[in-house]
Design a protein around this ligand. Sequence first.
Ligand code: ASP
Length: 404
Amino acid sequence: MLFSENKLIIAILLGAVAGIIAGALFGPAMVSVAWIGDLFLDTLKMMIIPLIVAAVISGVSSLGDIRKLGRVGGATLLYYGLTTASAVLIGLFVVNLIQPGVGIEQMSSTIPEKVAAKSDTGIVDIITSLVAPNILFAAADTQLLPVIVFCLVFAAALTTIGEKNVTLIHFFDGLNEVMMKLVVWVMTFAPIGIFALIAGQIGKAGGGTAIKNELLAVGSYCFTVILGLTLHFILLFIILIIFSQQGRTYLLKLLRALFTAFGTASSSATLPLTMECALEAGIDKRSVKFVLPIGATVNMDGTALYEAVAVMYIAQVYGYSMGLGEQTIIFITATLAAIGAAGIPQAGLVTLLIVLNAVDLPIESIGMILAVDWFLDRFRTTVNVWGDSVGAAVIESYLPEKTA
Ligand code: ASP
């Protein structure tokens, strides 16, 4: 098993590298393979709703009673909160240190409609998005937050009805097993899928030279974001070593999921693979089913870090100085905005508006960082998935003893 697992990691890595080379060399011609990438992405997305419903309900009900759920839930929320907050602090630290926006000319460009349409998004919207009036519509529309909230409450109630819950629990356990089997099958398609996603995206962006020019225009901004993300990735690794039973090899076992996160720029689409990799690494099933689906939706360290850097960069370009008060507002709103961001490509760009609004920066300023957002999205999504995976390893130690 390990042998084929390693072979798959190498194949995925080769697929990613070949995608970068092909996209850079052949440019727009590679748009012709983009459909293969979309097919892979759709196959992953197709599994999200049944997998989340089955995993969360069977995971929560396997924790036992509601009090045990409270303890694990509390530890999980604490982990999400503390790691997201430290990501924002790292972001603020690097952006203050490097000051990438100082002395940069303002550039303007048109704002995409999906961003402009959400220009008055606020924190209240995040809170109201926790519940949907019609759970089936929410599921059909892949709004994961209300679906997860419903499943959590449903499963908590399930643990209170005595023996009458047996059939339902068996049903959701079985559904979860079937979904995980599908994930293993789909995973073999990952090398070609990731190749096509990356080559197609680079092709759409105009090929190697066009991207090089775009990146050079905002080079120190990109460098700051990627440096911050790297530091946070390392911090999470240290947390893994100190607070979990997993050793360094956990990172290697997670590589397939991390490459997929990079290739798809979507933590939700990557979720099936993240769960499979964590299970193969030996993480307790209950932690995998509970921590990962919720984490893929609410725990986004990379996004939070990126939002803090982006807003500070924009302020620096405008020549506004951001004091402790403003940076505290950025700290709070970036943390909340990351919770509200969906696990889909460039969702962070939309919730960035919340942070911009909070410190009174114009939303048009998003134009300055738009061209490179698809690129940075891949790095922050990888960190988002790594944060969830480390969470599953850490929370494992807080699980109640298994009952026979
Ligand atoms: N693409 C990210 C994710 O799926 C969200 C973001 O845009 O930051 O995790």
